[in-house]
Structures are given as structure tokens and as C-alpha cells.
Ligand binder design. Structure first.
Ligand SMILES: NC(=O)c1ccc[n+]([C@@H]2O[C@H](COP(=O)([O-])OP(=O)(O)OC[C@H]3O[C@@H](n4cnc5c(N)ncnc54)[C@H](OP(=O)(O)O)[C@@H]3O)[C@@H](O)[C@H]2O)c1
Length: 270
């Protein structure tokens, strides 16, 4: 069931499904389980492909191995060129691995050189890796130039997201960076996708706050921003398929921040 849950999260990105909102609420106060190491420093043992307990949960690492060993290329496939932000761990890495095995071309995105090295080791079939920390808007702008230099994509997936950081950081990484990437990167030929969350339902757009230079944007607010951005883009670019996706409660490192029962609950949800 866990495998199905994770794989569905990866494939939902490709299928463009707006997943049902099934996650439990009010998770930010839940402490990180003791067995999960949250330090994503370069201390990752080099032999530990897929970074279990370092930058991925064991469930994600297991799923990545499953994809590697069992997913076959589609025959008669029309291969797509796909960019996924935040593809060094979790849902983004699963989606990248899945698309690669299906025969698509994938460009990954990492926050820094260490994580670039990690993802190049984990997924050697990647076409390229672009690098930039979305917490830093200067780096996001530089990232847009790296992406445009690679040429136009068929599909762009705005997957990267932070959780549990100060609101200024959430604003930069989850709201402003996807907005900048949307505005400054050449539009894809076919599809643009944003990883939102069912928690957008308790978010507030806080437009007055933002217009006055405020930074009090919560995770829930940021996910409402993404859903709104997707809606606005769909209206401006009717030729593009635009989706906002709520993946459900997925047992990634971000997911287990929300409590140790994520896999069970997530599996039940499917
Ligand atoms: N897991 C859930 O239950 C859940 C539920 C609803 C929505 N979502 C959304 O789904 C998306 C993927 O989440 P996940 O569960 O896969 O989380 P995850 O395992 O923590 O992975 C997040 C990915 O985004 C990258 N990233 C985060 N902040 C970044 C930054 N400042 N600059 C560059 N890259 C950054 C991470 O890089 P590093 O590897 O370097 O950290 C990682 O590759 C997020 O947008 C999240 O909000 C998740």
C-alpha cells in the first residue's frame, strides 16, 4: 500500500490530476520523530544511494529502488522534456525517476552543489541539473537564466517546497520563487504544474500584507498562492494545460515531519 501511495504521487504529477484533499490538519506543531535525521548536510554516506534517513525516508528510498527495478519504458511513447523543481528528494525525485524510466527526458533542480552531486549520483540518466536555493530570490532569478539557456520544455513542474521555516522563508521559497520562475522562464509547450496542498483550504492570500511589504505568509497561505497562480495562468494562457496538485499526505521527509503515521494514513487514503 505504501508503494502504491508513493507511486501514485509520482504518476499523479504526470497525469495532471488534481488529487483529492485527504491530509489531516494542524500538523506543524508535531515534533519530528526521533528516527528521522533532518540534517541534510553533506554528511550523506556516499554508498547510500537515495539518502534514506538523510534526505529521504526509507519509504521513498524503497520506492525509488522499486521504480529502478520494475518500471519499463513505454513503447510507442511520445517522449517529453520535463523540468521538475525540488527533484533531489521526496515526490520530486520519485517523479523524476519515474519519468526517466518511462523514457522521458528530465532536467532536475537542486538547491546547492552538494545536492546537485547527490541527484546526479542517484539519477545518472538526467539530462542536466540546474542549481539555485529558492530561499534566496537572487538565486531564483539566476536559476531562471540557467533554465532558459537549456531551451524550452514540454512540461514544467513546480514541486519544490519548504515547511516549518520562518514565514519570510516560506514566502520566498513557496510563493515568490514559483511566481518568478513562472514569469521569467520561457513557458512550456504543453503543461505547467504546481504542487499545492489541501492545506491551501485554510490559507489566506494576504494581498494587503504582501503589497505593504509584509512577510507573514504561512505554509497554508503559500499553497493557496500556488493554487491561485495556477488559476491565473490558466486564464492567461488557455493553450497551456495548467494544474495545481494536492498529493495527499505522502511519507516523504516533509510528510513525516507531520507525524509518524503518515504512511499508514496516506495508504488508507488511497
Ligand atoms: N509530503 C506531503 O505530505 C505533502 C503534502 C502536500 C503537499 N506537499 C508538497 O509537495 C511538494 C514536495 O514535497 P515533498 O513531500 O516531496 O518534500 P521533501 O521530501 O522535503 O522534498 C522537497 C524538495 O524540494 C527541495 N527544496 C525545498 N526547498 C528548497 C529550496 N529553498 N531551494 C531549492 N530546493 C528546495 C528539496 O531540496 P533538498 O532535498 O535539498 O531539501 C527537495 O528536493 C512540496 O511542494 C510540498 O509542499 C507535500
Amino acid at each position: 500500500m505504501t508503494r502504491r501511495t508513493l507511486l501514485r504521487s509520482a504518476t499523479a504529477l504526470g497525469a495532471g490530476l488534481l488529487a483529492a484533499c485527504t491530509s489531516p490538519r494542524a500538523r506543524e506543531d508535531t515534533p519530528t520523530p526521533a528516527h528521522v535525521q533532518t540534517d541534510r548536510s553533506p554528511a550523506a554516506p556516499q554508498g547510500d544511494v537515495y539518502g534514506a534517513n538523510i534526505y529521504n525516508t526509507q519509504q521513498v528510498a524503497d520506492e525509488l529502488r522499486y521504480i529502478e527495478q520494475n518500471i519499463q519504458p513505454l513503447t510507442g511513447n511520445d517522449p517529453k522534456r520535463i523540468l521538475i523543481t525540488g527533484s533531489t528528494a521526496g515526490v520530486g525525485q520519485l517523479a523524476a525517476a519515474y519519468f526517466l524510466r518511462r523514457g522521458h527526458t528530465v532536467v532536475a533542480h537542486a538547491r546547492n552543489a552538494q545536492r546537485e552531486a547527490d541527484i546526479r549520483r542517484d539519477l545518472p540518466a538526467l539530462e542536466a541539473v540546474v542549481v539555485g536555493d529558492l530561499l534566496n530570490l537572487q538565486q531564483t532569478r539566476a536559476l531562471t537564466e540557467q533554465i532558459n539557456a537549456l531551451g524550452t520544455f514540454d512540461v514544467i513542474i513546480h514541486n519544490a517546497g519548504e515547511y516549518g521555516l520562518p514565514n519570510q522563508d516560506i514566502l520566498n521559497a513557496n510563493s515568490l520563487s514559483p511566481y518568478l520562475l513562472t514569469a521569467l522562464v520561457d513557458a512550456p509547450h504543453e503543461q505547467m504544474m504546481y504542487l499545492s496542498s489541501d492545506l491551501h483550504l485554510s490559507g489566506d492570500l494576504k494581498l494587503d500584507e504582501l503589497r505593504s511589504g509584509g512577510t507573514n505568509v504561512t505554509y497554508d497561505d503559500s499553497k493557496l498562492h500556488l493554487a491561485t497562480l495556477a488559476t491565473g495562468l490558466a486564464r492567461r494562457r488557455p493553450e497551456l494545460r495548467v494544474n495545481a496538485v494536492a498529493p495527499g499526505w505522502v511519507p516523504t521527509l516533509m510528510g513525516v515531519h507531520n507525524g509518524p503515521h503518515a504512511p499508514t494514513t496516506s495508504a488508507r487514503a488511497t
